[in-house]
Design a protein around this ligand. Structure first.
Ligand SMILES: CC(C)(COP(=O)(O)OP(=O)(O)OC[C@H]1O[C@@H](n2cnc3c(N)ncnc32)[C@H](O)[C@@H]1OP(=O)(O)O)[C@@H](O)C(=O)NCCC(=O)NCCSC(=O)CCC(=O)O
Length: 347
């Protein structure tokens, strides 16, 4: 088995649509037209043709023996600008105390906030059902390879990275949080509002309550899902926590899903990774294991064994072949030992 992570191409459209239909993520919907636009935007972004706040990079993992796209992830270079701000609920605590009764309550409240100078956002993380939880850890590879690209091209991204995780939804794909809150203020069904909010935040700012919302007034079903992640998304949450992301006490104003964040330079695959030059090393033993990526106007990345000495990285022939790299080319290497993995070989 061999797998290659690479920037998406227009000829991936059909396979990416089939994959996206499996989960219908907010920023990777199973809709051919939207995905065709996303792929075109991604190609223009890799090529450096778009401003930062319009750039979105889509990655896929390919089973190179079957020629199959079996996973995806993406980076939105900047989420939130003057035109379309980043909207969220901050969760705050409010103390109420009665001197006469000698008792008090600490209430949690939701405060609607917007950010028009937003961070980089990651999302769109998905692995085909039949490829999940494999020894190659494809979820881990396609999630973390985004940071290899960011390590290679830091100037394309913001100083902070945000990730909005998918909360538990009902079997029909509805959000209990939306039913208790958003629907009452917008009159829209969840999926429709979600889709609309991709390009329009005006209606949220205009219709959502400006005042603090006391959580104790919300339906218990809504409170149960607030700040939680759905079962299928737990590996994504685990991966983020293992590389330095933290819960921000912020949730999605639509579905109540938790927002995680980290300082870009502190994210482990970036912090512990380095730019090195491909070369030959005498008696290389390839004892280390990690993600190795190359490119800015297109990207290729593999999980492989390697050895680094004095700024030179030696790679096994198969990894060089998949990466299409020659000696003297610069690559970014993120050791996987730092994410709790050790010494497993994939090439
Ligand atoms: C999330 C993924 C992509 C994960 O793929 P895989 O299942 O192949 O993951 P993997 O590489 O085998 O495992 C990744 C890590 O998660 C751990 N892991 C596995 N199951 C777990 C569980 N139930 N709870 C906690 N951790 C778990 C593994 O031990 C491993 O960590 P160790 O190596 O440390 O042992 C997949 O499950 C999926 O497609 N889920 C449905 C779609 C989804 O919910 N996507 C996220 C939406 S939210 C979103 O897109 C934003 C998130 C983002 O972009 O990063």
């Amino acid at each position: 088995m061999s797998f290659l992570i690479r920037s998406v191409r227009s000829d991936d459209l059909q396979q990416l649509t089939d994959l996206a239909k499996q989960f219908n993520l907010l920023n990777l919907p199973g809709n051919r037209k939207i995905l065709a636009e996303k792929i075109a935007r991604s190609e223009a972004s890799f090529a450096g043709e778009l401003p930062k706040d319009k750039s979105e990079y889509v990655f896929v993992v390919e089973d190179t023996e079957e020629n199959l796209v079996v996973g995806s992830s993406l980076i939105i270079a900047k989420h939130g600008n003057e035109e379309v701000p980043h909207c969220y609920f901050k969760i705050l605590k409010r103390d109420h105390f009665s001197q006469d009764l000698g008792l008090g309550f600490i209430h949690q409240v939701l405060r609607f906030q917007t950010d028009s100078d937003g961070p980089t956002e990651i999302g769109g993380l998905l692995v085909d059902k039949t490829y999940r939880r494999r020894p190659e850890r494809l979820g881990k590879q396609i999630s973390l390879s985004r940071f290899v690209y960011m390590g290679l091209n830091p100037e394309r991204f913001e100083e902070r990275v945000l990730c909005e995780l998918t909360p538990p939804l009902t079997e029909e794909g509805r959000s209990e949080f939306w039913e208790a809150l958003g629907r009452r203020f917008t009159g829209l069904p969840y999926q429709e509002a979600d889709m609309l909010s991709q390009t329009n935040k005006e209606f949220i700012e205009a219709l959502f309550p400006e005042e603090d919302i006391y959580l104790s007034l919300l339906d218990s079903k809504a409170r149960l899902v607030l700040g939680r992640v759905g079962e299928a998304t737990k590996p994504a949450q685990h991966l983020l926590e293992s590389i330095g992301f933290e819960y921000l006490d912020e949730v999605d104003p639509f579905d109540g899903g938790p927002h995680y964040g980290a300082k870009t330079s502190e994210i482990l695959p970036i912090k512990t990774g380095k730019k090195v030059t491909v070369g030959e090393l005498k008696e290389a033993t390839f004892k280390s294991q990690g993600l190795i990526g190359v490119g800015s106007d297109s990207f290729r990345c593999v999980m492989s064994s390697y050895e680094i000495r004095d700024g030179i990285v030696a790679l096994p022939a198969r990894a060089r072949e998949l990466l299409q790299v020659e000696s003297d080319q610069q690559v970014f290497v993120s050791p996987l030992g730092t994410t709790g993995e050790g010494g497993r070989r994939s090439s």
